[in-house]
Design a protein around this ligand. Structure first.
Ligand SMILES: Cc1cc2nc3c(=O)[nH]c(=O)nc-3n(C[C@H](O)[C@H](O)[C@H](O)COP(=O)(O)OP(=O)(O)OC[C@H]3O[C@@H](n4cnc5c(N)ncnc54)[C@H](O)[C@@H]3O)c2cc1C
Length: 381
């Protein structure tokens, strides 16, 4: 995360992502936001460049990058287009990561090359009545020979319409609560699978979000990751990785808002001088820089733990909570520094302000992160 600690290869990968972001994302992010969709040719280009296989091992057609290189690339994209960053994060961290960690050799051979080639994956855990209480999933999977028959509905599925496959969390035994959950890879083309209309959102508008429903949908038992009943464990473990992606997304949004605020503060004159010369404005910039650096340190710590094979739940919860609250605070202050112009769509801080909001909600709300952190605090002597 900090330049001095990076290898040459990590720097090269970051610089390539930065160049792509400057050429293809920065100039178009406003248009993507307005269209509420990422263009198909952009997704194809990203696929060709390998960005859908960032952490997928090379033997399965991916780039096989370490967590640091992955984070650096995601940050560059998040700075330019937060909606694209979450699309990549869900695909790489939540879906491909689950197959990589929990799939059999056969499942890895069947799914990872497709995911690496740009067949996008979605993660379908949330339901209308199962949000923070993710163990309350009611989408059922009834065994029928070598298949399960799925019935139920998922809510707020990121990339629902961009994808070729979903990682769906189902209950094979509704009496067992979270212990009855299983994780299934489900093809988009499955009979009875219906993708809903796009949700109309406050921010990250170019990221696709929809409900997905199942009516008597057959899914081969061969597509179940790990054993029956392991679904909740897989869902939570993957969320540790996804939350790290959200923390990086939030850092990128915060960095972008900070850069715009600094530029504007130096350009905008009032009372015959740049507003940056008023201490009230300069101190806002100082606090922005401080909080973003602290965010980077927390993310860096989580990545180091991940790369050392240590448990990351607590470090990631702290990073995600601080990063998302910082992104919202920084974006708010960036709007303030822009005055009335910050409230208009003519300046990107308006979009950053909207995009930041969801980072405190998805993949575990700020309250959920505080539950994780407070439990750890209270379990210590
Ligand atoms: C744009 C977007 C994209 C998303 N993408 C996906 C996706 O790809 N896949 C997916 O599965 N889900 C996705 N989600 C769902 C997201 O993860 C949930 O919205 C989130 O986990 C919160 O669940 P909920 O909306 O049902 O809120 P609720 O759980 O109903 O929470 C409402 C409020 O109550 C608080 N609360 C709930 N329980 C507690 C508690 N025990 N203690 C203290 N406070 C509590 C919450 O913090 C929140 O403030 C997405 C959501 C959005 C907005």
């Amino acid at each position: 995360m900090f330049d001095h600690a990076l290898t040459e290869e990590q720097k090269l990968l970051r610089d390539a992502a930065r160049e792509f972001a400057i050429k293809r994302l920065y100039p178009n992010a406003e248009a993507f936001d307005k269209a509420e969709r990422l263009p198909d040719d952009l997704l194809s280009e990203l696929a060709t460049l390998g960005y859908f296989g960032l952490t997928i091992p090379e033997e399965y057609g991916g780039m096989g990058l370490d967590a640091m290189a992955y984070a650096l690339i995601l940050e560059e994209f998040a700075r330019a287009c937060a909606g694209l960053a979450i699309t990549l994060s869900v695909h790489n961290s939540l879906v491909a990561g689950a197959v990589r960690r929990y799939g059999t050799d056969d499942q890895k051979r069947r799914f990872l090359p497709r995911l690496a080639s740009g067949e996008i994956g979605a993660y379908a855990l949330t339901e209308p009545d199962a949000g923070t209480d993710a163990g309350a999933v009611r989408t059922s999977a009834r065994p029928a020979g070598d298949h399960y028959i799925l019935n139920g509905a998922k809510a707020f599925v990121t990339s629902a319409d961009y994808v070729k496959m979903y990682l769906v969390f189902v209950s094979t035994d509704l009496n067992r609560g979270s212990h009855g959950l299983s994780a299934l890879m489900v093809e988009r083309a499955t009979a009875g699978l219906e993708v809903g209309k796009p949700e109309r959102k406050l921010g990250i508008k170019c990221s696709d979000t929809r409900a997905v429903a199942f009516v008597d949908s057959p899914v081969p038992k061969d597509n179940r990751l790990s054993a029956e009943g392991d679904g909740f464990k897989i869902a939570l473990a993957q969320l540790d990785h996804g939350r790290l992606g959200v923390a990086i997304q939030a850092l990128g949004i915060g960095e972008a808002a900070f850069a715009e605020a600094r530029k504007y503060a130096k350009q905008r004159h009032q009372f015959g001088r740049p507003i940056a010369e008023f201490q009230a404005v300069a101190f806002k910039l100082a606090d922005m820089k401080l909080k973003l650096d602290a965010t980077r340190l927390l993310i860096d710590r989580a990545i180091q733990k991940l790369m050392a094979g240590e448990r990351i739940t607590l470090a990631v919860a702290e990073a995600k909570l601080f990063a998302s609250e910082t992104a919202n605070w920084v974006a708010n202050e960036a709007v303030q520094i822009h005055g009335g112009y910050g409230y208009m769509k003519d300046y990107p801080v308006e979009r950053y302000f909207r995009d930041a909001r969801v980072t405190e909600i998805y993949e575990g709300t700020s309250e959920a992160q505080r539950i994780v952190i407070s439990r750890a605090v209270l379990s210590e002597e």
